[in-house]
Ligand binder design. Structure first.
Ligand SMILES: [Mg+2]
Length: 236
């Protein structure tokens, strides 16, 4: 492989949830905290019923209604309240929305080896961007609690692009912001459709990460599969 000229900029664009940090565990603990909060106001709510309704509502909004993740926090909680037959008190709904976001940001943890990877990429003068489906405030809070903002040149959330991954416009928004051609960028993510297929469509080198515990895909053909953050450094 020929050595890259030092004046040629290149970038690593990362998905956030379940690529950089373990969000699955954090979501579970955040939902539990919301349940406890609501239980103080509505004594009759049962935990199992709440958890099952929450899952149903999330699937209904994302899969059936196909609403973008960044847009549905208010409708998500309104629908949960409706299914639980609770009065739709706007202040309680506002509080539970904030509680969920705060708790999520506080609960996420970096996967092992990620901070070292970001440190090494920065040392090699790489641009580091994050492209995440969701709203900017929640994602920026996560980055704050993860204590990685010193490595991140740009965070793009889908309320900025108005489209979720895998829509090519989300990826192109980042490319425009960092002013680089797709051939100069590597995209790293944990979801086959949203991350890998989306990134491939706009011509980015795609890296599929296999460290998230929930990651069921064993191997994706035609893209770079990695078992540890350290392996990504060989692309830098
Ligand atoms: Mg992800």
């Amino acid at each position: 492989m020929s050595r890259q000229r030092s004046d040629e900029k290149s970038a690593f664009i990362f998905d956030l949830d379940n690529t950089i940090c373990d969000t699955i565990a954090a979501i579970q603990s955040s939902i539990k905290v919301c349940y406890k909060y609501l239980k103080n106001h509505y004594l009759d709510i049962q935990y199992d019923e709440f958890m099952s309704i929450e899952e149903d509502v999330f699937n209904y909004l994302t899969i059936e209604k196909r609403l973008p993740v960044y847009s549905f926090r208010a409708i998500y909680w309104h629908t949960i309240f409706e299914r639980l037959n609770l009065s739709k008190n706007p202040i309680l709904i506002k509080n539970v929305i904030s509680l969920y976001s705060d708790q999520l940001a506080k609960s996420v943890e970096l996967f092992p080896g990620i901070e070292n990877l970001l440190f090494e990429l920065k040392k090699r003068n790489k641009i580091i961007a994050i492209l995440s489906n969701g709203d900017f405030l929640t994602k920026a809070s996560m980055i704050e609690y993860l204590n990685i903002s010193q490595y991140v040149d740009l965070l793009v959330a889908s309320d900025m692009t108005q489209v979720d991954k895998p829509d090519p416009r989300a990826f192109r928004y980042v490319l425009d912001q960092i002013n680089l051609a797709p051939s100069k960028c590597v995209f790293v993510g944990d979801e086959r459709i949203n991350d890998i297929e989306g990134a491939k469509k706009v011509g980015l080198t795609s890296v599929y990460v296999k460290w998230p515990p929930k990651n069921k895909e064993k191997f994706i053909p035609d893209v770079i599969n990695v078992n540890s953050p350290y392996e990504i450094l060989s692309l830098a």
